[in-house]
Design a protein around this ligand. Structure first.
Ligand code: SF4
Length: 316
């Protein structure tokens, strides 16, 4: 899955082809994952395929896929497998996407029902080509899941909807339980890591979700090991708290290929623990900070903890 070229006819990352090769560093001992292939993993894979769906687990080459899919936890990536941005860290295919599949909301709802998910994470590629950035499609997916399995809680992990007026309002109006948008990295690295995005726009999006619906949980995440300093990470935490973000995730950046942004270093488990401690002291309701933390990793269990943390805070 982690490839730069799928075929000569259809390069996976055409914009990265000219980039210099950077050797992919060997992972340290603390980054070890469960191998894919258990019976439940295969069952999950079949349900995804039978419904004709795309997952970020596969497209991003996520290291946790063996563990997550063995628990039926697949994260659906809607609106196709092709992204209109070309972030330097991301393994998702870039190019001109196909037209939206009007049947996708039903397909996602059917897969959620078959997987018997208590909590589902829905993410998407960036769709800068659509007038609303795909916001209405997000809302339709939420609506279909609600209609089919009303007991399933829903978390969206959205693009930044840059220059898409009204998009965030559309998604919030569909009432997901958690609204996640990742800042990904510190502002000083946006130009090299996330050149198509704007740090303060992303931050403002998170703040706006809270303004629109103060009860909606907000979540945001960042990768470390890209070249950021500790002080910069702490500043991002402060920025997120200023935008009232409830839940912070921090994980190690892993380089998908030699053409992607190089890893600066592997952050140690002790440093992740220290980030967690500091983040709690800054007021986040929940923090997940570890080398293999990803936005959707353990999202269902974390949602329960998030709710409990809010109740405990309200009761204190
Ligand atoms: S961490 Fe998220 S993206 Fe990775 S395999 Fe698990 S559900 Fe999929």
């Amino acid at each position: 899955m982690v490839t730069v070229l799928d075929s000569a006819a259809r390069p996976r990352h055409p914009e990265k082809a000219h980039r210099p090769d950077t050797p992919v560093l060997r992972k340290p001992d603390w980054i070890r994952v469960k191998a894919p292939g258990s019976p439940v993993y295969n069952e999950t894979r079949k349900i995804v395929r039978d419904n004709g769906l795309v997952t970020v687990c596969e497209e991003a080459g996520c290291p946790n896929i063996g563990e997550c899919w063995s628990k039926r936890h697949a994260t659906f990536m809607i609106m196709g497998d092709t992204c209109t941005r070309a972030c330097a860290f991301c393994n998702v295919r870039t190019g001109l996407p196909e037209a939206l599949d009007g049947g996708e909301p039903e397909k996602v709802a059917s897969a959620v029902a078959q997987l018997k998910l208590n909590h589902v994470v829905i993410t998407s590629v960036d769709r800068d080509d659509l007038a609303d950035g795909g916001a209405r499609h997000f809302a339709e997916v939420i609506g279909s899941i609600r209609a089919r399995t009303p007991q399933t809680t829903i978390e969206v992990l959205t693009p930044d909807f840059l220059r898409k007026d009204g998009a965030v309002e559309t998604v919030v109006a569909a009432k997901p339980d958690v609204f996640n948008h990742n800042l990904e990295t510190v502002p000083g690295l946006y130009l090299s890591v996330r050149p198509g995005a704007r740090y303060f726009h992303s931050l403002r999006l998170l703040q706006k979700v809270k303004e629109l619906d103060a009860a909606m949980f907000t979540k945001s995440g960042m990768m470390v090991g890209l070249g950021e300093t500790r002080e910069q990470v702490l500043q991002v935490m402060d920025d997120m708290r200023a935008a009232s973000v409830d839940f912070l995730t921090i994980g190690q950046y892993l380089q998908p290929s030699r053409k992607h942004h190089p890893i600066d270093r592997f952050v140690t488990p002790e440093e992740f623990k220290s980030y967690e401690t500091i983040a709690y002291s800054k007021g986040f309701l929940l923090v997940s900070s570890s080398p293999l933390t990803r936005s959707s990793h353990h999202a269902g269990d974390d949602f329960q903890r998030l709710r409990a943390a809010r109740l405990a805070k309200l009761g204190s």
